[in-house]
Design a protein around this ligand. Structure first.
Ligand code: G3H
Ligand code: 13P
Ligand code: ZN
Length: 305
């Protein structure tokens, strides 16, 4: 069933578990995410970026909406990293139940003003809003304290920002970054800062760039001819700890892309004579489902639907 983002996330923050926001671009990814959610009785958020909407158009959004409506667990359809008021309005018209406005690269006052405008429009049609404060650059352990401070979310500013904008959930910058290269070894994540933010902000908190980039997937990707450097993600223990401190929405895209691509590569190279797309997209869909299930177990959302 289709619900708002806040309906899912409020309960998660109050009860101390996390819900995955998984990015989708096509039918197979969408099915994999929803099948995992139904199998494990977990609420879930289907995230579509502006790039995904552009790629899949009405066909993709229609399919996502249809499958989400039919699902036997609560599902929100979420605009990931909405870059403008117009982009958010477009998502609202298409039936999204959760939108993100990301003005984190602007100065504080502009971020407040633009976010507030989006909140008014979204709330008028019963849709809930994610905003972001702080920069999501990769921040290494050795970066100077004042440099980190300028990039990462300031707890007092976060409190003020939520008060002034009326946003429903807040993406915080605590050291994670998008993609497969989040740092060396065990990438840095600033739990003490998160703890300070969570004390001042009661709204659900969001962690972007949360993929764990499992070594097993990297090896599989390489074994099938893929090329990838020193990839590293957020350690599962660091995610668990972040959830205990107030993170309720955990964004995962890279892990799904890696699984999907590794299994497509593997299927194609195992069967060079084949040319039936179902023969390589099917195993990729199953692989993504397994990754989503293991993320749901890690987040503690199993059995919460
Ligand atoms: O945070 C961004 C997501 O991973 C989506 O990426 O803009 O390439 O679709 P995309
Ligand atoms: P990853 O690249 O770590 O999967 O993060 C995805 C994300 O934050 C989407 O908004
Ligand atoms: Zn993101």
């Amino acid at each position: 069933m289709l619900v708002t983002g806040l309906e899912i996330l409020k309960k998660a923050r109050e009860e101390g578990y996390g819900v995955g926001a998984f990015n989708t671009n096509n039918m197979e990814l969408t099915q994999a995410i929803l099948e995992a959610a139904e199998a494990l009785r977990s609420p879930v958020i289907l995230a579509l970026s502006e790039g995904a909407i552009q790629y899949g158009g009405k066909a993709l959004v229609g399919l996502v909406r249809e499958l989400a409506r039919d699902a036997r667990v609560p599902v929100a359809i979420h605009l990931d990293h909405g870059s403008s008021y117009e982009s958010v309005l477009n998502a609202l018209r298409m039936g999204f139940t959760s939108v993100m406005i990301d003005k984190s690269h602007e100065d504080f006052e502009t971020n407040v003003r633009e976010t507030k405008r989006v909140v008014e429009a979204a709330h008028a049609v019963g849709v809930t809003v994610e905003a972001e404060l702080g920069r999501l650059a990769g921040v290494e352990e050795h970066v100077a304290v004042d440099e980190k401070d300028a990039l990462l979310t300031n707890p007092e500013e976060a409190r003020l920002f939520m008060e002034r904008t009326g946003a429903d959930y807040l993406a915080v910058a605590i050291g994670t970054s998008h993609g497969a290269y989040k740092g060396k070894g065990r990438p840095f994540i600033d739990h003490p800062r998160l703890e300070r933010i969570a004390r001042l902000v009661q709204a659900p908190l969001v962690l972007h760039g949360a993929s764990s980039v499992p070594q097993e997937l990297i090896e599989r990707f390489r074994a099938s001819g893929g090329e990838i450097g020193e990839a590293a993600g957020i350690h599962p223990e660091d995610i668990r700890k972040a959830i205990a401190l107030g993170i309720a929405k955990i964004n995962t895209d890279t892990d799904l892309r890696l699984a999907f691509t590794a299994f497509v590569r593997e299927s194609l190279s195992k069967n060079p004579k084949g040319f039936d797309p179902r023969k390589y997209l099917g195993p990729a869909r199953e692989a993504v489902k397994r990754v989503v299930e293991s993320r749901m177990e890690l987040f503690g959302s199993v059995g919460r639907a």
